[in-house]
Design a binder for this molecule. Sequence first.
Ligand code: MN
Length: 258
Amino acid sequence: MRSGRTYFIADLHLTDERPVATGRFFRFLEEEAKGADALYILGDLFEAWIGDDHDEQVAHDTARRLKSLADTGTPIFFMPGNRDFMLAKVYARRSGMTLIPDPTRINLYGTATLLMHGDTLCIDDVAYQTFRRRIRHPFMLGLLRRLPFSWRRKMASQARAGSESAKASKSSDIMDVNIKAVERSLRTHHAQRLIHGHTHRPAKHIHLLDGQECERWVVPDWYIRWGYVLCDGHGCALKAEPLFTEPPEHKIASNQGQ
Ligand code: MN
């Protein structure tokens, strides 16, 4: 058992259709994450989530695996992403996860650290931000939750197809974070460090803010790679490893499917 470390993961996009990523995630829970101070899931754990009655096998298996990690004493925190913002109390309870809002500021081994999924930083994508404001409005969420399961499933697959085709015509720049939005978030929350996902562009960035160096860590997605950001009292590190030992038959662009 190692201690004094905290893991940050995001953009696993788990689905029954990508069993290799699911298998690696379950190993991660049993090996790396075991005994950690905490595990933070910063959104898009699932490829799609239409409600806590979501019926994919991966949803049931993931709940069981998360719960057994939580039961060994590692707290798990879940922040909703743009794919799984419908994940709510019922599933969180089953999985032993604590829901946290986006953004959340934590004291991480003495450093004020801001956690976000990352989509709210992509303000240059005006069409997406408009869509996000509408769909995440409490009234709309309440309405969505009351719809029959089959309707929600159909709407989710239509929304995904729509977002895939919209993304194809968007420039790569507008799908990345806006630096002004990053700096505003760090300032507003008086944070020295930001950890987020969503863009599928794992990296460490340094932002000079009012003469002070702030770190921004972008957590890797789990499409053709897997990984995490790991922090302890000395700082953070990024890990990203190939998911497949052999190249997949159909190569998926690494920035696919935000
Ligand atoms: Mn996302």
